[in-house]
Design a protein around this ligand. Sequence first.
Ligand SMILES: Cc1cc2nc3c(=O)[nH]c(=O)nc-3n(C[C@H](O)[C@H](O)[C@H](O)COP(=O)(O)O)c2cc1C
Length: 195
Amino acid sequence: MRPQDTTATILAISGSLRRASFNTRLLDEAAKLAPEVFQFDLYESLGNLPHFNEDHEMPAPPAVDDLRRRLRAADGLLIATPEYNASVPGALKNAIDWLSRPSEGETLPLKGKPVAIIGASMSPLGTVRAQLSLRQILHKLDAAVVRQPEFILGSAHAQLEERSSGLDFATAEVLRLVLEQLRTLIDRASHVSVT
Ligand SMILES: Cc1cc2nc3c(=O)[nH]c(=O)nc-3n(C[C@H](O)[C@H](O)[C@H](O)COP(=O)(O)O)c2cc1C
């Protein structure tokens, strides 16, 4: 079992392609919270992934290989999802569809992988439906998803647009607890090699 005082690598994926995305901001805030426990690998190529196509799986496109490699190298995954039309944005679902399939000779990339879901939107509902949808997808893929606490940030603009200092204390505390639970799942999965 990996001791708590070593660093775990987290692949951080924002489901938004928007330059000023609140969800990408959330990942930045998460990275600031626990630099001694986590090393973040921020995935910024969601928009470069081709649409999933079974005809193009073998060999996989280079962008897909890169994503799978980074997921395999990570001890855990943190996904910040926006909500589009009461569900997960298409670009994020597309990435997960690629990750739901193994590359040649490899195991399923998300099976047993510790994952935490967070999300922010401007509406008071704050991605609750997108997160439920994402949980259902990850359940199907047998990922080890943090159950509690849930991090659902409604009216995201109030904190992430109008405040220059980032999340307020109470919100940051929930995010910190999510990361703590993610770390617990990582340690339990013993996926981490000691650095
Ligand atoms: C096509 C589209 C659909 C949306 N649907 C929802 C929705 O169902 N629920 C919601 O809370 N916000 C919805 N929104 C608002 C987004 O949550 C908001 O734009 C949010 O800031 C997007 O995340 P981002 O800041 O990370 O890009 C929608 C936005 C777009 C562009």
